[in-house]
Design a protein around this ligand. Sequence first.
Ligand SMILES: [Zn+2]
Length: 411
Amino acid sequence: MKIVNARLRGREGLHRIELDGARIAAIVAQPALADAGDGLDAAGNLVVPPFVEPHIHLDATLTAGEPAWNMSGTLFEGIERWAERKALVTHEDTKTRARKAIDMLVEHGIQHVRTHVDVTDPTLAALKAMLEVREETRHLIDLQIVAFPQEGIESYQGGRELMAEAIALGADVVGGIPHFENTREQGVSSIKFLMDLAERSGCLVDVHCDETDDPQSRFLEVLAEEARVRDMGERVTASHTTAMGSWDNAYCSKLFRLLKLSRINFVSCPTESIHLQGRFDTFPKRRGLTRVAELDRAGLNVCFGQDSIVDPWYPLGNGNILRILEAGLHICHMLGYADLQRALDLVTGHSARTLQLGERYGLEVGRPANLLILSAASDYELLRSQGHALVSIRHGEVLMRRTPARIERYS
Ligand SMILES: [Zn+2]
């Protein structure tokens, strides 16, 4: 297969991309072709590697309102409502909902996904279901499973054992939730425990860290220091860190030195955080997001994720990561010209680095033949036009094709 009239980010002119089975065989500069012949015509639009979803909860998707809606809109009521729904979770129920959500992601050009699966359940029912889904959907996505202790490691009975069992069963990433543990000390010891587990097992780390407006929640420094001392930074991710939006500048100026030394990654879920946080404020009302632009300006790796699709924490969502990108750029004051020129980094390359995809990702000869044809010729124009992935190619074959809406004008 070959794609012609492809525009590539960071390169001048148009290109022809040749695929040899499941690999990219050649990328060659070529003047515009009026006739694409037997090639796929990108029509001068961007061709990029697949979008990445670095933070979602597929085991909880499509459960909002079952059995009750989250009326306060807070994170903590979400955890309560989920605990009620969790009692009804079955193997098939989890698989059916996860497959539906994965279809939504695929239809928006996502081919790499990291999902957090709740392991604070003595039966580990959701985890066992998701391990099967990971195998059954390999033709659609590469799925990383995080062993995520929704109700705590130290403050949930048997929490440590469940985490270890989840990793032994085949989870790819060690999770955590230190700000939800009952005490500061438990939060700190949970991080030491999960970093030990990751070091022993060779797994990656992705911690729900300081997902609160409480300015006293300061577990990011603990996670970053553990990553620095163990030289594991690139393999470690801090998700949310929304409390950073409430920390003062004096503290952050010291903290950022450590963050840079640690080299850890960051995920922000802007639609979910703007919805869940700020709930205890009247006015002025905080945005409840981490310092995305500041992390980015400091050279740290930061990306955007969806977090939820129709679950106790967030009632909307359709799998479209570009919707998250647009909202995030607004909320984080990142609509400056320079940011708009490279906006797709936040849902492609930066996310791939968070997932440590390495040479399994990217538009380069020899890498997997996974790519998207988009509906616009630049990052800026894709955002402005609220564009889409029009074609998704995986393992050298067309996985999804979208026909844009057609408008008929009569005057
Ligand atoms: Zn999450």
